[in-house]
Design a protein around this ligand. Structure first.
Ligand SMILES: [Mg+2]
Length: 267
């Protein structure tokens, strides 16, 4: 893995020679720093302006892909003329087209009930909270202080979710101090990026859009994999993580903003 700024010259020339660029960013931990509660992850005005400027550049198609629910993501980012992919891409709303996973839509009622059951089952454990994201659920445990409570939470979680998981009704993924309950579909951030790429100018043609994807967490690895296969630029955000599929890394969301500003200056 290489620090992106150390090899900026070569990356810049690839970006300059691309006819069109699909720029996709994850939200939490990529555009904003990781915080204790998801509602506190606020996009800086600087980063918003950068995204806005790039979105208005005809050479760019811009998108934000997140595990957050679509309405939540949109209300946090608030930039017009970009793609929003919520729930890891299960729901996408864009410039002229949108997508909703049929499997996820079908299981929405089950997920609702499961969210209520989990809230009750985990209710007695301090620092755990269940976030209902419509098509998926997130169980956050960042604020659980001791390990005993954490394993109590894990047991209660498994008690509720394991039977459904065993029946193939849901799948469970892990992120940074969060469990995600998702419908049983192989649709992920990688598939969402492929879907977005097909909607960019020059799609399918030789020398079509160059995908650039930035992410910081395990669910972003699906995106890195796809971008790598398509010869794009994959950027992990955080301390260098050799197991990541990403080719480059940046230290922090702050450096991500620096990167966006570099893109704007690149002519
Ligand atoms: Mg993230």
């Amino acid at each position: 893995m290489q620090h992106l700024f150390k090899v900026w010259g070569e990356v810049a020339s690839r970006l300059k020679s691309a006819k069109h660029i699909l720029l996709i960013c994850d939200y939490d931990g990529t555009l904003t720093p990781i915080v204790d509660r998801p509602e506190l992850a606020i996009l800086s005005e600087k980063t918003r302006r950068s995204l806005h400027t790039l979105a208005r550049d005809r050479r760019y198609t811009v998108g934000v892909v997140s595990g957050r629910a679509l309405p939540d993501l949109k209300s946090k980012v608030k930039v017009k003329g970009i793609f929003y992919a919520g729930n890891h891409g299960l729901e996408i709303e864009g410039i002229s087209s949108s997508f909703l996973s049929p499997v996820a839509e079908e299981l929405r009622p089950l997920v609702q009930v499961l969210g209520q059951v989990l809230s009750i089952a985990l209710g007695g454990i301090k620092g755990v909270f269940v976030e209902d994201k419509g098509l998926t659920l997130s169980v956050h445990y960042r604020q659980v202080v001791d390990e005993l409570e954490e394993s109590k939470a894990k047991r209660a979680f498994d008690g509720v979710v394991a039977p459904l998981h065993n029946l193939g009704k849901v799948q469970v993924t892990r992120g940074k101090k969060v469990y995600e309950i998702r419908p049983p579909t192989d649709w992920n951030k990688g598939k969402a990026i492929t879907w977005l790429l097909a909607r960019c100018r020059g799609a399918g043609k030789k020398g079509g859009a160059l995908p650039v994807f930035l992410g910081d967490d395990l669910t972003d690895e699906d995106g890195f994999k796809v971008v790598k296969e398509m010869g794009g630029i994959s950027i992990f955000v955080g301390e260098e993580y050799p197991r990541s599929m990403a080719y480059y890394f940046l230290d922090s969301p702050r450096q991500v903003n620096e990167f966006l500003e570099k893109l704007i200056r690149l002519k």
